[in-house]
Design a protein. Structure first.
Length: 283
């Protein structure tokens, strides 16, 4: 089926047109082995099952997008990847998730250290009620990554530069981070996450509360960051998934229906549920 002839004007057709085929092919060529792997993951909230047998590989130096309608389980799965669901009463998880071959749910895993290796950026910017400098310095301090003040300052500046924010805040480093714009706050949160040198960066709808200009800056930043990190992004925008990701997984009713290169998901989906979602039949 040629989706463009059936649905010439819908959002998904435009999303398919946005897929950068060269970027997808480049991303897939660098794949060696998955750094983060989930196998047969099930999640229960009390007696209610939210995820069923989810299996996926997250590859290094790639952006993997998770799409699907509201309530399909994509954010629940994202929170499994750095054990954020541990703090949810009544939540139970079965299956296996490994980071570089290590079981992240093993009894001897230090969860604080794990969340340093697998950072997270949330839907709504959540800067600490501290200065811009202290927001970035907080992580390296508690993880013991900076022995001296000069090391800490270098870490803060480098993280802000990687997040594309340093030039905008260099003269106000000791002013409250809550005084920044929404887009700046989100980039600050990204800088805070990468300040502790994570291996994986999780993003739960990081642009949903931002205007188009701020969204563009965050997407450009994601593209740059993938050179050093594995990135997993949950997004309701299929156009965004097409713009930034190399691989896309589609969730529906707690199932990971299909995962493939972004090009294939948008232009040649295998499962009829994926095709129906991306062509706007539901969702």
């Amino acid at each position: 089926m040629n989706l463009n002839t059936v649905y010439p004007m819908n959002e998904v057709t435009m999303a398919a047109d946005l897929v950068d085929v060269n970027a997808v092919e480049e991303g897939l060529r660098v794949v060696s082995s998955p750094g983060l792997t989930a196998e047969n993951v099930n999640v229960y909230y009390g007696d209610i099952q939210a995820l069923q047998d989810v299996s996926i590989n997250i590859y290094s130096k790639q952006i993997t997008a998770l799409i699907g309608p509201s309530g399909c389980g994509k954010s629940t799965f994202l929170r499994c990847l750095n054990r954020m669901n541990d703090v949810v009463d009544g939540c139970r998880i079965t299956g296996n998730i490994t980071l570089n071959g290590e079981d992240i749910y093993a009894s001897d895993v230090d969860v604080v250290e794990l969340r340093g290796r697998i950072g997270m950026v949330f839907q709504k910017p959540n800067p600490f009620p501290k200065s811009i400098f202290e927001n970035i310095a907080y992580g390296p301090k508690i993880h013991g990554l900076a022995e001296h003040r000069s090391d800490l300052e270098e870490c803060v500046v480098t993280s802000l530069q990687k997040a594309g924010l340093f030039e905008e805040v260099k003269d106000r480093m000791h002013q409250p981070a809550t005084g920044l714009s929404g887009g700046q706050q989100q980039r600050l949160c990204i800088a805070r996450a990468i300040a502790i040198n994570p291996e994986v960066l999780l993003m739960d709808e990081p642009c949903s509360a931002l205007d188009p200009i701020a969204t563009g800056k965050v997407e450009d930043l994601m593209w740059e960051l993938k050179e050093n990190y594995s990135i997993v992004i949950v997004t309701h925008s299929m156009q965004q998934a097409a713009r930034v990701s190399q691989r896309t997984g589609f969730f529906h009713l707690g199932d990971l229906v299909e995962v493939d290169s972004t090009e294939n998901i948008f232009q040649n989906p295998v499962d009829s549920r994926t095709r129906d979602y991306i062509t706007g039949r539901f969702g």
